[in-house]
Design a protein around this ligand. Structure first.
Ligand code: COA
Ligand code: AMP
Length: 636
C-alpha cells in the first residue's frame, strides 16, 4: 500500500498543499490563492477566490486544446432505436446556443433552473447551459411524482423549468407535461417559463408559459461562459433524508471540478480520450458526477444510455454497449447485475460480445453483496471494484484506487478511504472503534473538495443532519467497520433511509403519506431484504378505531397513494393491516426488530417491549402474508 499510503497521508496531513496541487490540473480563469477557508457555519470551503466555469473546464477548454472532433457523447437508446454521437465541438456549440436561449428567457448567474428530463443528450445540454451562465440547475429524476417535483420547485424557486415531452420505460411512454402541470398546480412558486423538448413518442400540448426547445434555439445567439467563484453553486440535487422534505444538496463549481478530475484519474484509472460508461440516470448523483461532468472534465467520452440492464431488449445490453463503444471503465449499481444474473445466470449473453476493451467494473449505490461480487468475478477477467459514496459527497469516500495503487479485493468491502476523506468509525462513546467493531462512520473535517457546500437555504438542517452528532465530524449515516488491514466494510444505514434498486428513499416520507390517509391511526415503514432490489419497503398500518372497511381495499389504496405522491420509484408494493405494532414502554415502534423478523433472522424478545404478544401477532401476520423470509425468523 505504499503509493496509496503516501498520497493518503499527504492529503490528510497537508490538505491545503495537496488540493492546491490538484487544482492546478484544471483550467481556471483566475487560479485560486485561498485554497481552504471556512464559512460562517464552520464548514470547509475550497478555492473561494478562484474563478472558473465548469462548462469551460469540460467543453470549451477541450475544444480549444484540440479535442474538438473527439466524441464527447455516445447516446444509445434501445427504447427508441435512437443513436447519436456528439463531438466536443458539437456539444459545446449546442450548449452555447441553448445557454443563449435561456439567457433570452432571463436566466442569469445565480438563478435556479429545474430540469426534468430522461436520458437524452439534451439533458446534458441543459445542465451545461445552466453551468455556462452561472445558473444553478436542479435535476429531478423522472420516476418522481408531481408532488415530489412540486416540493423541489418550491424549494429551489426556479426561473425556468426544462423538460422533455416524455420519458420512456421498458413498455411504457410516460408523458411528462401532465406531471409538470400537476406539479406547478401544487407549487406556490411559479417559473417564468418552461422549455419543452418535443419527442416523437408523445408530443406535449404547450401552454402560455411553454416554449418549444427547437424553436427557441433556432432564434438564439450563442452565450459565453460566465466566470464564477470556486465556491459559487453549480447545482442543487435533492436527496432523501429522514423526513418528508428532501434535502437540497448544494455543490459548488471549483471543488467539484477538481474532485471530478482527481477521481477520474485516481479512482477510475481513466485517461483523456478513453470511453467511460456509467449506467445510471442524470437524476441521481452518479449521473451528475460520472455521466455528465467527470468524464468530460477529464477529456473522455461519456456514454448516455436510455435503457435498462434487461428487457431493452435483453440481458446482453451492457455487454453490447461495452463492445460497441470500446468502453474502458463501466460503472453501475449491483442491483442491475442481480437483474441480469436472474435472466442469464450462466452469462450466456456475454459470449456474444468481445469486451476485451474493458479494464475495470465499478459498482456503487448500495452494498455489493458477496454473491453478486463472486458471480461477476467468476464471469469477468477484470477487477470488480466496489466503492462507497453518497449524494452528499458527490464522489467516492472509499474505493480501490485503480489509478493509484490497485489493491487485493475483499468481497463485501469498499476497500480503503479515498485520499482527502479522513474516515473514522466511532463507537457509542464517540471513540474510535477497534478493528472489526461496528460503529457510525464519520468523516473528520475538512471534507475534501467536491462534497456538499450546504443544504439549499437551510444551514440549520445541514448542521443538525450531519455535523451535530459528533462535533468536528460529518456523519455519513452509514454504519460499518475497519478490519485489521484498514479495509472498510459498509454495513448499512443507521437512520431511516433505505436503498431500493440503488435508489435512496426515506421510510419517514412514506410513513407521512400513509399516516395522512383518513383511515390510518398509526404506521411504520421498514426496508426489508429483496433478492433483486437489495431492499424494498414494507408498510405496517393500524386502522383507526371504528374503521370497518376491507383491509385489502385499504392496502390497495395506500399503495396507490404512495405511488401517486412519491412516484413509482418508491416500489411500495406490500402493506400489512395490523391491529397492534410492537413498541417499547416509552411508545417507540420497534422497527429494527420488525426488520429482523421480516428478513428471517433470529431475534430475542427485548426487555423494553411493552406487550410481547403484539410482536407474536405481527410475526404470524407476516408469515401468513409471506413477507420476505419471515417464516424463517426464530425467537432465541
Ligand atoms: N421515469 C418514470 N418511471 C420510472 C423511471 C423513470 N425514469 N425509472 C423507473 N421508473 C419506474 C419503473 O418503470 C417502475 O415502474 P412500475 O412499478 O410501473 O413497474 C418503478 O419506477 C420502479 O422502478 P425500478 O425500481 O427501477 O424497477 P424496475 O423493475 O423497472 O427495474 C432494475 C429494476 C434493477 C432493472 C432497475 O432498477 C435498474 O436498472 N437499476 C439500476 C440501478 C441504477 O440505475 N441506480 C442508480 C444509482 S447508481
Ligand atoms: P445516494 O445518496 O443515493 O448515493 O445513496 C447513498 C447511500 O447508498 C449511502 O449512504 C449508503 O447507504 C449506500 N451506498 C452507496 N454505495 C454503497 C456501497 N458501495 N456499499 C454500501 N452502501 C452503499
Amino acid at each position: 500500500m505504499r503509493a496509496y499510503q503516501s498520497e493518503y497521508q499527504q492529503s490528510i496531513q497537508h490538505p491545503e498543499t495537496f488540493w492546491a496541487e490538484q487544482a492546478r490540473r484544471v483550467p481556471w480563469f483566475k487560479p485560486p490563492e485561498t485554497i481552504l477557508s471556512y464559512d460562517e457555519h464552520g464548514h470547509a470551503r475550497w478555492y473561494a477566490d478562484g474563478e472558473l466555469n465548469t462548462c469551460h473546464v469540460a467543453l470549451d477548454h477541450h475544444v480549444e486544446s484540440g479535442r474538438g472532433d473527439q466524441p464527447a457523447v455516445f447516446w444509445d437508446s434501445p427504447v427508441t432505436g435512437g443513436r447519436r454521437t456528439l463531438s466536443y465541438r458539437e456539444l459545446r456549440d449546442q450548449v452555447a446556443t441553448f445557454a443563449g436561449a435561456l439567457a433570452g428567457l432571463g436566466v442569469e448567474k445565480g438563478d435556479r433552473v429545474v430540469i426534468y428530463m430522461p436520458m437524452v443528450p439534451e439533458a446534458l445540454v441543459a445542465m451545461y447551459a445552466c453551468a455556462r451562465l452561472g445558473a444553478v440547475h436542479s435535476v429531478v429524476f423522472g420516476g418522481f411524482a408531481p408532488h415530489e417535483l412540486a416540493m423541489r420547485i418550491e424549494d429551489a424557486e426556479p426561473k425556468v423549468v426544462i423538460a422533455a415531452s416524455c420519458g420512456i420505460e421498458v413498455d411504457n411512454v410516460i408523458a411528462y407535461k401532465p406531471i409538470i402541470d400537476k406539479a406547478l398546480a401544487q407549487s406556490t412558486h411559479q417559473p417564468a417559463a418552461c422549455v419543452i423538448l418535443q419527442r416523437d413518442q408523445a408530443q406535449a400540448d404547450l401552454g402560455s408559459i411553454d416554449h418549444d426547445w427547437q424553436v427557441l434555439v433556432e432564434n438564439a445567439a450563442p452565450a459565453d461562459c460566465v466566470p464564477v467563484k470556486g465556491t459559487d453553486p453549480l447545482y442543487i440535487l435533492y436527496t432523501s433524508g429522514t423526513t418528508g422534505k428532501p434535502k437540497g444538496v448544494v455543490r459548488d463549481h471549483g471543488g467539484h471540478a477538481v474532485a471530478m478530475h482527481y477521481s477520474m484519474e485516481r479512482i477510475y484509472g481513466m485517461a483523456p480520450g478513453e470511453v467511460f460508461f456509467s449506467a445510471s440516470d442524470v437524476g441521481w448523483v452518479v449521473g451528475h458526477s460520472y455521466i455528465v461532468y467527470a468524464p468530460l472534465i477529464l477529456g473522455c467520452t461519456t456514454v448516455v444510455y436510455e435503457g435498462k440492464p434487461v428487457r431493452t431488449p435483453d440481458a446482453g445490453a451492457f455487454w453490447r454497449l461495452i463492445a460497441e463503444y470500446r468502453i474502458k471503465a463501466f460503472f453501475t449499481a449491483p442491483t442491475a447485475f442481480r437483474a441480469i444474473k436472474k435472466e442469464d445466470p450462466d452469462g450466456k449473453w456475454l459470449e456474444k460480445y468481445d469486451i476485451s476493451c474493458l479494464r475495470t467494473l465499478f459498482l456503487a449505490g448500495e452494498r455489493l453483496d458477496p454473491p453478486t461480487f463472486h458471480w461477476l468475478d467468476d464471469l469477468l477477467d477484470v477487477p470488480v471494484v466496489d466503492h462507497w459514496w453518497q449524494t452528499e459527497t458527490g464522489w467516492a469516500i472509499a474505493a480501490n484506487l485503480q489509478g493509484l495503487e490497485p489493491m487485493p479485493i475483499k468481497a463485501g468491502s469498499a476497500t480503503v478511504p479515498v485520499p482527502g476523506f479522513n474516515v473514522q468509525v466511532l463507537n457509542r462513546q464517540a471513540e474510535p472503534a477497534a478493528d472489526h467493531e461496528q460503529g457510525s462512520i464519520v468523516i473528520r473535517q475538512p471534507l475534501p473538495p467536491g462534497c456538499l457546500a450546504g443544504i439549499w437555504r437551510d444551514p440549520q438542517r445541514f448542521h443538525q443532519a450531519y455535523m451535530a452528532a459528533f462535533p468536528g465530524c460529518y456523519l455519513t449515516g452509514d454504519g460499518g467497520y475497519f478490519d485489521e488491514e484498514g479495509y472498510l466494510f459498509i454495513m448499512g444505514r443507521t437512520d431511516d433511509v433505505i436503498n431500493v434498486a440503488g435508489h435512496r428513499l426515506s421510510t419517514g416520507e412514506m410513513e407521512e403519506v400513509l399516516g395522512a390517509h383518513p383511515a390510518v391511526a398509526e404506521c411504520a415503514v421498514i426496508g426489508i431484504l429483496d433478492n433483486l432490489k437489495g431492499q424494498v419497503p414494507l408498510g405496517l398500518v393500524i386502522p383507526k378505531d371504528g374503521y370497518n372497511g376491507d383491509p385489502q381495499t385499504l392496502e390497495k389504496e395506500l399503495i396507490a397513494k404512495v405511488r401517486e405522491q412519491i412516484g413509482p420509484i418508491a416500489c411500495l408494493k406490500q402493506i400489512l393491516v395490523v391491529s397492534r405494532l410492537p413498541k417499547t414502554r416509552s411508545g417507540k415502534i420497534l422497527r429494527k426488530l420488525l426488520r429482523t423478523i421480516a428478513d428471517g433472522n433470529e431475534f430475542s424478545m427485548p426487555s423494553t417491549i411493552d406487550d410481547p404478544t403484539s410482536l407474536q401477532e405481527v410475526h404470524e401476520h407476516m408469515m401468513s402474508c409471506e413477507v420476505g423470509a419471515s417464516h424463517q425468523a426464530r425467537q432465541v
